[in-house]
Structures are given as structure tokens and as C-alpha cells.
Write a protein that binds this ligand. Structure first.
Ligand code: DOR
Length: 446
């Protein structure tokens, strides 16, 4: 494979590059050069320049997802590492952080090592988070140093938040010792239990007022302050009050970062689609919350877009809203939801690309095992080619995930990932990609 992509827009936030028109030369899976009018002898040139008045195709570093549930082990009917990796590749992600709430959870060094061994079979980089507490029960801290040594990229009880301020503070201190971030799912479980007296299953309780999130954010920030060191990352913020707490903490210089999901940016409570498919923790909120999240993401107060890809089998997403499992799949629609409904289109596109690449890198840090998401000549191509203007309809048959739990089925989105290359190999080639790009597939099994 040896070809030049002519007339694209190259956006590389870590390098501070936003350049159009530009040419990108790919040779045997390596990013050979980015320049104007590259014309080496005997190399195929694919003219991708847009028609007048149309948007150019984007070439960006592969996206990084800080938050995916790949369900293996224990939840294979819903997802496996391989099906989740295929979904990630279709969404433009080349690096994904898998959550620890598998069955059994990833809560000791041996389980971290086993997760790393399974992840090694994926065609893209799957990093693993370890739990903060044994069994995600909130009481006994995991062996933080041992889990980090076994390959844990970060620590999180995501899905649950039952650790006390004291336990979280100890986790932040231990994780600081191995330069890892602690990722917190900020929902106050005591308040959620009070709001849902009918159920013992705190994760499925349908009523989760905004105050549950604000209280949990404030507790996590208190734990960080008590720890006196460490890096706290707040997952899937959903309400304006939590953004206010984050802003106040940042103003004091606290080492706290945050993420938002495409669905909290782009969907509100009461929208269309089956209710159980819209059930997610934290819940979809109102338009004022969405606006606050969009503003915070644009200004960089929220550092990253993270999918919270949460596959579930159909039986767990039946008609009974109260009993349904929370969560929706999101890897394959993330970019398009942010562009179509999340307020990140037009001149916000470079900012969105930052929040999908450099932002997650800043959150996890270089000690996590993440590769820097960048476009650098001489390195294996780890990139995505996007058509920001292409319309498409979300169809079950077109999804790579094993699960179908998204309220977006049948809806039209704008922005399509055409090609994903991870570590020098083509891991996704969309059927809508220009035919000249087919030779990229030669790298797929190189
Ligand atoms: O809706 C959710 N589902 N939120 C989470 O934090 C966990 C996830 C899951 O594991 O299904």
C-alpha cells in the first residue's frame, strides 16, 4: 500500500495543526508525510478534494475513548472484546479504556493481567481499568500498586459509587503513587436508594435527581482535597450543578478532569424512542443541562468526550422501564451524535477532535500506557478519515456491536467515519469510503 490522500483537512490537536488543503502520504501502514502537493514517483494519488462549497474530508489522530463497557468476561452475549473493538474501530476509536465492572470485576492484579492478555488479541489498543474497591462494593481498596504493575491504566468502580470519602481519598493517594487517575461515577448511592425505595438494585433504580450527582461530585472533590495528592476524573457529567462544582474546584487549582458523553450532550429527557432504550445512568436531563455541558466542553472545563458504551442484551432492555438495565451503546455513533445534536459542528469541529484525542490523553497521562494520539511522520498510521458532512441512518444491521440498545435506531445523523487505521493497520473501511481507499485494506493483516 502506497498512496497519497490529496486535498484533505488535517486536524492534529496535540501538534496544534489544522491545515487545509493538505496531502497525506501513507506507505506500508506508515504515515510517511503530511505536506502540500506531495507527488512522489509511482505513487497513487487519491484526489479527495471537495467540490466547491463542500466540506473537506478530515484526517485526524485515532480517537481515544475513556469509557467503554466491553463486558468480557461474563457478559459475552452483550459484547466481547473483539465485537467491542470492531464497534470502536467503526466509530474512529483506536484506543479504548475498558471498564472494570465485568463479571467477575477486574479487582486484583491477576484479573488485570488476564484482562490485558485478552485485550492483546484486539486489533486496536484496549486498555483496562481496575476497580477501586474489591467487588465494586466500596469498602476494601484493591491492591492499587499491584494492579498498576499488572497493567491497569486507571482505577474506577464505574457503574457503582459506594466508596466513602475516606476510601476514595485513600485510593487517590495510592493511585498517585503510581501516577494513575481515579475515575469516579458521580451518583450518590444513598440518595439514589432514598429516591427508589421499591428496588434494592441501586443501578436500576429509575429515579436519579440532579442532586444525587452534585452531591457525589462534591464528595469526590472533598476526597481529593483530603488526599492532598492524586488525580480525580469525573465521569459522564450530566447536570449544570455538577459543572458549577467542577468550575469552582478548577478555579482553586484542583487536579480534577471531567468527561461528557455524546448522549448527554445531544439528547434530552422526553425525546423520542422507546423509554427503556433511553434509560441510562446518569439519566438524560433537560435542555438547560445540555447547554451547560456543551459550553463546558467547548471551553475545555470538560476535557473529553467519552462514550460510556454500555451494551445490553434485548432481554435486559424490555418494555418495563423500571426494571430495565441502564445504558446505551455509543462507540459507533459518538462522533455523529456530537456533530448532529451535541453542538460541536461547524467551527467547533477542531475542538471536538481535541476532546476525542488530546483531551483523553491529558486525563489518563503518559504513564497509563496510552499512545499519544498524534499524526507524526515516520510512525505507524493511527488515524481516522471522516466525512463531516455525510448523512447516514443508524440501522441495526449496520452495527458492529453485539448489542442494539440505542434509541437512535432509524434516526439520521451527520458525520461518518470512513477509515480507521490503528497501529499501521486498517481496522475499518466504511462502505461509503471512496473506492481508491480500498488498497488500505492491504495493511489489515500485515
Ligand atoms: O448507564 C450506565 N450503564 N451507566 C453506567 O455507569 C454503567 C453502565 C453499565 O455498565 O451498563
Amino acid at each position: 500500500m502506497n498512496l497519497v490522500l490529496r486535498g484533505v483537512r488535517v486536524i492534529d490537536p496535540m501538534a496544534g495543526v489544522d491545515r487545509h488543503p493538505a496531502d497525506v502520504w501513507l506507505r506500508d501502514g506508515v504515515l510517511a508525510a503530511i505536506d502540500d502537493n506531495i507527488a512522489p514517483d509511482a505513487v497513487a494519488v487519491i484526489d479527495l478534494a471537495p467540490a466547491p462549497g463542500h466540506e473537506p474530508l478530515l484526517v485526524c489522530p485515532g480517537f481515544v475513548d475513556l469509557h467503554a463497557h466491553l463486558r468480557e468476561p461474563g457478559g459475552e452475549p452483550a459484547e466481547t472484546i473483539l465485537s467491542g473493538a470492531a464497534a470502536a474501530a467503526a466509530g474512529g476509536f483506536t484506543q479504548v479504556l475498558a471498564m472494570a465492572n465485568t463479571r467477575p470485576p477486574v479487582d486484583d492484579p491477576g484479573r488485570v493481567a488476564a484482562a490485558a492478555a485478552r485485550a492483546a488479541a484486539a486489533p486496536l489498543r484496549v486498555l483496562n481499568a481496575a476497580a477501586v474497591t474489591r467487588g465494586l462494593q466500596g469498602t476494601a481498596l484493591v491492591d492499587v500498586a499491584g494492579c498498576a504493575a499488572a497493567g491497569a491504566a486507571a482505577f474506577t468502580d464505574d457503574g457503582r459509587n459506594s466508596a466513602s470519602t475516606q476510601v476514595l481519598s485513600a485510593a487517590l493517594r495510592d493511585a498517585a503513587g503510581c501516577d494513575r487517575a481515579v475515575l469516579v461515577h458521580p451518583e450518590d448511592e444513598v440518595m439514589v436508594r432514598i429516591a427508589n425505595p421499591e428496588t434494592d438494585d441501586v443501578a436500576r433504580g429509575p429515579l436519579r435527581p440532579a442532586a444525587c450527582e452534585v452531591s457525589a461530585v462534591d464528595s469526590a472533590l472533598a476526597a481529593l482535597s483530603l488526599a492532598g495528592r492524586g488525580r480525580l476524573h469525573l465521569q459522564h457529567l450530566s447536570v449544570a450543578g455538577a459543572v458549577r462544582s467542577l468550575r469552582a474546584a478548577r478555579d482553586t487549582g484542583a487536579a480534577v478532569t471531567a468527561e461528557v458523553t455524546p448522549h448527554h450532550l445531544g439528547m434530552s429527557a422526553g425525546g423520542t424512542g422507546p423509554a427503556s432504550l433511553r434509560k441510562v445512568n446518569p439519566p438524560l436531563r433537560d435542555d438547560a443541562d445540555r447547554a451547560a455541558l456543551q459550553t463546558a466542553l467547548r471551553e475545555g472545563l470538560i476535557d473529553a468526550v467519552a462514550t460510556d458504551h454500555a451494551p445490553h442484551v434485548d432481554a435486559d432492555k424490555g418494555d418495563d422501564f423500571d426494571a430495565a438495565a441502564p445504558g446505551m451503546i455509543g462507540l459507533e455513533t459518538a462522533l455523529a451524535v456530537c456533530l448532529t445534536h451535541g453542538g460541536m459542528n461547524g467551527h467547533w469541529v477542531p475542538v471536538l477532535i481535541d476532546r476525542l484525542t488530546a483531551g483523553p490523553w491529558r486525563v489518563l497521562g503518559s504513564t497509563s500506557g496510552l499512545h499519544p494520539p498524534r499524526l507524526r511522520a515516520g510512525e505507524p498510521a493511527d488515524l481516522v478519515i471522516v466525512d463531516p458532512a455525510q448523512d447516514w441512518v443508524v440501522e441495526a444491521a449496520g452495527l458492529c456491536s453485539r448489542s442494539r440498545n440505542t434509541p437512535l435506531l432509524g434516526s439520521r445523523l451527520r458525520g461518518r467515519v470512513l477509515v480507521t487505521m490503528a497501529g499501521g493497520r486498517c481496522v475499518h473501511l466504511d462502505r461509503a469510503a471512496p473506492s481508491g481507499l480500498a488498497s488500505l485494506l492491504e495493511t489489515a493483516h500485515a
